[in-house]
Ligand binder design. Structure first.
Ligand code: BES
Ligand code: ZN
Ligand code: ZN
Length: 503
């Protein structure tokens, strides 16, 4: 178990409250002596002395320094964290809270107070929410699997009092709970998280958060004609599942948003086998699915007034005697036929049936997240997810949601000329460009061009998270490994659409 968090609000001044550590912020270029005057005074100017003699205390974004108070103040330590330059943004607060909690968590400290949300220039509710998100995301630790594992303490964070931020703190907690759920799922090895296992988790999340859930098995998918997901799954002993989660908040109104997530619980490449080096990372090829489950949970817990559906095609891509082959022609539920060039371009196949299904159910807008291509990581690296769309308006919303969430999204073009990448001589399209047809050219876009055929004229955004779903080195405020990207974007998008009203 990774740590659970409890958030509440202080009734006394932070500097009078006994705790393991009080987290305070410092903006770049602002003097410690003035900003932290009361603390500095009580500690006989030691903070300003440290700041002037070394870089240990500074406003540099993400720097977190712990100073013991040795009985001079009620908090046993003060943790000074850099906020970067003013003005603060939601994400600079999120990162600062996360960086401090990462440090404090490593020291095993669990009774924390904070004033980070004060004096940011942001609306108090926005500041409190993002600080709460940062604490719970920064405090997350992937739970190792060892014979003996000590359960981690409950981490308690108390916010210096400010009017009416309780709700905002709770909202931040709901979001980070969804983020951390997604991270746990991505971390889980493929022998322990199969398509069936993922369906079970979706069911228990649905039960505890009040979502409707349906799980289709392979017989159901056969009757619906979902030949694409079934082809991918055929080489595996693990049966495929189609998981559908529904947050029905507004009766009589349509599904305003469908979130679709690639759920390949392990991607060997199939008959077009991947090379062995680093293949273990392909346990994370269900990052999109994990994000949909995490976001749906948060959307339900936040009671966002918008009908949202999550659809997850879950399957394992394995090579065996039953596996689909390069050269095969397969048909999706909407009748589209696909010539297989490589069985390693499996994500777009399972998503094709899921997109067609969401369309059939009447979704008004579709956003999918998928660890779809290595090519997106060549284009953008881990700094941003690639987005491709048939609707500039919807992409604008998704991008804004991403920016506010600190999950960057960058558009790649979808010009008609790229359709040539997936042109087939014998079927409606190929699942990848053949080596002679530019297989190393515009790979992320070729994937999106394939998906586009299944959405018709429904506004749709495809988010390729192959480089952002996990991070190799951590991001300072976040432990390395699964990031939970793009859970926060999805939740924010649902909030924005709900605020926009029908239309
Ligand atoms: N799951 C992979 C993409 C991926 C690569 C995700 C690295 C995360 C990290 C996907 O199924 C895949 O194999 N894509 C191929 C597509 C190609 C064969 C057209 C790729 O990117 O090489
Ligand atoms: Zn693949
Ligand atoms: Zn894959």
């Amino acid at each position: 178990m990774d740590a659970a968090f409890a958030f509440d609000v202080l009734t006394t001044a932070a500097l009078d409250e006994p705790c393991d550590a009080c987290v305070v912020g410092l903006y770049d270029g602002e003097p410690v002596a003035a900003v932290l005057e009361v603390w500095d005074h009580a500690l006989e100017q030691s903070l300003s002395k440290i700041a002037s003699s070394s870089k240990e205390i500074s406003g540099e974004s993400g720097r977190a320094t712990i100073v013991h108070t040795l009985g001079k103040l009620a908090p046993r330590r003060i943790c000074i964290v850099g906020l970067g330059k003013r003005p603060a943004s939601p994400h600079s607060l999120r990162k600062a809270a996360g960086s401090s909690m990462r440090r404090l968590g490593e020291l095993g400290l669990s009774d924390i107070c904070t004033t980070l949300h004060l004096d940011s220039g942001l609306q108090p509710a926005v500041a409190a929410r993002t600080v709460a998100e940062g604490f719970a995301i920064g405090g997350y630790r992937a739970a190792p699997k060892r014979k003996e594992e000590r359960p981690r303490d409950l981490i308690r964070v108390r916010f210096a009092n400010e009017v009416h931020v309780e709700e905002a703190i709770r909202a931040g907690y709901c979001v980070s709970d969804g983020v951390n759920l997604a991270r746990r799922l991505v971390f889980e090895p493929a022998n322990l998280l199969t398509p069936t296992g993922m369906a079970n988790i979706a069911q228990s999340v649905a039960a505890s958060s009040g979502l409707e859930v349906a799980v289709l098995d392979e017989t159901d998918m056969e009757s619906l004609g979902m030949g694409l997901i079934l082809a991918v799954s055929r080489g595996s002993d693990q049966p495929a599942r189609l998981i559908i989660l529904n947050h029905r908040a507004v009766t009589g109104s349509p599904i305003e948003l469908a979130l679709i997530g690639k759920g390949i619980t392990f991607d060997t490449g199939g008959i077009s086998l991947k090379k062995a080096d680093g293949m273990g990372a392909m346990k994370g090829d269900m990052g999109g699915a994990a994000a949909v489950i995490g976001a749906m949970k948060a959307i339900a817990d936040l009671k966002i007034p918008l009908n949202v559906m999550g659809v997850i095609p879950a399957a394992e891509n394995m090579p065996d005697g039953g596996a689909y082959r390069p050269g095969d022609v397969i048909m999706g539920m909407d009748g589209t036929t696909v010539e297989i060039i490589t069985t390693d371009a499996e994500g777009r196949l399972v998503l094709g049936d899921a997109l067609a299904y969401a369309r059939k159910l009447g979704a008004r807008r579709i956003v999918d997240a998928a660890t779809l291509t290595g090519a997106v990581s060549v284009a953008l690296g881990p700094q941003a997810s690639g987005a491709m769309t048939n609707s500039p308006e919807l992409l604008d919303l998704v991008r804004t949601a991403g920016d506010e969430s600190g999950e960057r999204i960058w558009e790649l073009p979808m010009w008609d000329e790229y359709d040539a990448l997936i042109k087939s001589d014998i079927a409606d399209m190929t699942n990848a460009a053949p080596p002679s047809g530019g297989s190393r050219s515009a790979g992320a876009i070729a994937g999106a061009k394939f998906l586009e055929r299944f959405v018709g004229d429904i506004p749709w955004v495809h988010v390729d998270i192959a480089a952002t779903s996990s991070s190799q080195d951590g991001q300072g405020w976040m432990q390395k490994g699964a990031t939970g990207n793009p859970v926060r974007t999805f939740v924010r998008l649902a909030e924005m659409l709900a605020a926009k009203g029908p239309g």
